[in-house]
Design a binder for this molecule. Sequence first.
Ligand code: NAI
Length: 703
Amino acid sequence: MTAEYKVHGDVAVITMNNPPVNGLGLSTRQGITDGLAKAEGDPAVKAIVLTGAGKAFSGGADIREFGSPKALAEPNLLSVILAVENASKPVVAAIHSVAMGGGLELALGCHYRIAAPGTNVALPEVKLGLIPGAGGTQRLPRALGVEPALNMIVSGEAVKSEMLAQVPGQMLFNKLAASPDSLAEEALALAREMAAKHADGSALPKVRDLPCKHPKGDAYFQFARNMVKGMSKNFPAPAKCVDAVEAATKKKFDDGMTFEREIFINLMWTPECRALRHLFTAERAASKIPDVPEDTPKREIASVAVIGAGTMGGGISMNFLNAGIPVKILEMKQEALDRGIATIRKNYEAQVKKGKLKQDKYEQRMSLLSTTLSYDDIGSADLVIEAVFEDIGVKETVFKELDRVMKPGAILASNTSTLDVNAIANFTKRPQDVVGLHFFSPANVMKLLEVVRGDKTAKDVMATVMAVAKKIKKTAVVSGVCDGFIGNRMIEQYGRQGGFLLDEGCTPEQVDKAMEKFGMAMGPFRMGDLAGNDIGWAIRKRRYVEKPDMKYSKTADLLCEKGRFGQKTGAGWYDYVPGKRDAIPNAEVVKMIEDHRKSLGITPRKISDEEIVQRLIYALVNEAAHILEEGIANKASDIDVVYIFGYGFPIHRGGPMIYADTVGLFNVVQSMKRFAKNPLDDAKFWEPAPLLARLVAEGKTFN
Ligand code: NAI
């Protein structure tokens, strides 16, 4: 049982105890109703306190039960809340630390509520594409007032209890405890006081009986609806939050509850909700590595060295400074160091200017940063991350130096984006300590970190870097060693399709617009301009030698031959005005594409947005299926995490793999077969990856 029952004199205390956050799983729910029954049956008990052990009152539904029959088994949450509300003795919720989702809904079913200051209170269901489903949309407006309640429900954000207690006329908290430490005593006292008050048999107060009105309801809800529509165009849930709260003001309580339930169930089946719930679990699952148990001992990382103060080295360093970990940057020349440090300063100063960073925090961070030109100064660092030129010869020199100077047990990481991490590891006599840490640009902003596991990387190194990633607030995904790792290996196929589409009749703008309409943060050509078209050029030059059979459109090479590398040169697929990121279509580029098309004897055809999206996205999917089969990625959901956090894939679609599942893998393969018949495309590539073919044959999905 994950709820305890104890009697303190004339008050029964039911304590939810289901670590880490007292999730309302079946056994906890059962524990609460059992406790209520005991208290009801004991004539010595006059009142009941409901509280949570450890770090929360309750964080809401138990995510471990998601999708299992237990989640719905009786007593379900609605029944528990009803039992609390209908108890014949006063029930006082003693709320502390965290009261979220179902936890807050449960508290709202109690007759009285006392909260410790500092409690995070929220109805975060909207973040999973849902609305609160156990009365939250009906009770919170009654207890807190319509406007603050709607704000909380639509945003899903937590508000501190002491702020909520200041809302005029609020009935959410009958009392704010003096401190978290005094909460238990004060709750007992409140329970006794209420037992005395109702000793005459007077009715216990229920939130459901409170009035719920907005003086200018129609105008207010219209306004709220317009706001929400503008802010969340790809998600249905926020607008439904408005509908549900409006219902609280217009319908009888029980009818409002039915209305809420209907919306909740309908939302549950939307692709957006599925995508958000998928990502919620996928992100948590990404940190788990099948053969590295969670209790694997970790190395201590108290100091970091970074080799190279360029674009990546600077951004990488900032992550550690932000987390309070000292960083020493090594460069070849003082000028390079000065330039790197100046960029870091500029980035922080911009944050200070915007009010996002306090001056003293900025100074504190800079004080953790030091520089050197000598390898002999960095040997004591616990982790060293190399971010020098992408050249295997340079990497060899650097890693031999690192092997010479780093203390035993230090972790040696490379930020390489294309080179073989096993080869890099073998430049040292300690390949077990070498790992790839592939940050994305700008490294101080992008959440994704691909952790590249070499053949010999030790398990405790993996466990350590996954923990470090968490500390610097990155979402880490493990990739095996292959060209491009997970993300860039897939994007190469996506980019290749983009090139073919130009040859066949599209403009860069048409392709980008179609992909952006699908929801990508940027279409492939705008992305190329941002990342630098020269990077892809360098990769293709290598491919022409390594894989002469692989087919590429030549337009991107022609573009690079003109020096149009993208934003950094002010011109790429588009033109750019200094200081601005707007992509301005360029007639010469369009003409260059047309001329090239002519030279190939291709008659352009009109290509639909649907074909553009399918070819680019299914190219990702088919390559991902190879990646999964080869064991480069541990699970399909890891690939979704990579694309959501590193490549601007639309969140409401959940990532390429779950998107393919939603479309139906059978349908995906049917389209691929059609693309294979296009003589200007690459028929060989469109052969479904064996894993994909197998899943279709077995009627299964990736996730
Ligand atoms: P960058 O050219 O901006 O910076 C490289 C820096 O390393 C320069 O400041 C250079 O002076 C220094 N350097 C070169 N050789 C050195 C040596 N032997 N010892 C010490 N310092 C040395 O390059 P960037 O873009 O920062 O790339 C660095 C690494 O990060 C490369 O491996 C690249 O593939 C990888 N990467 C780059 C991404 C990007 O978007 N720029 C994204 C992810 C990874």
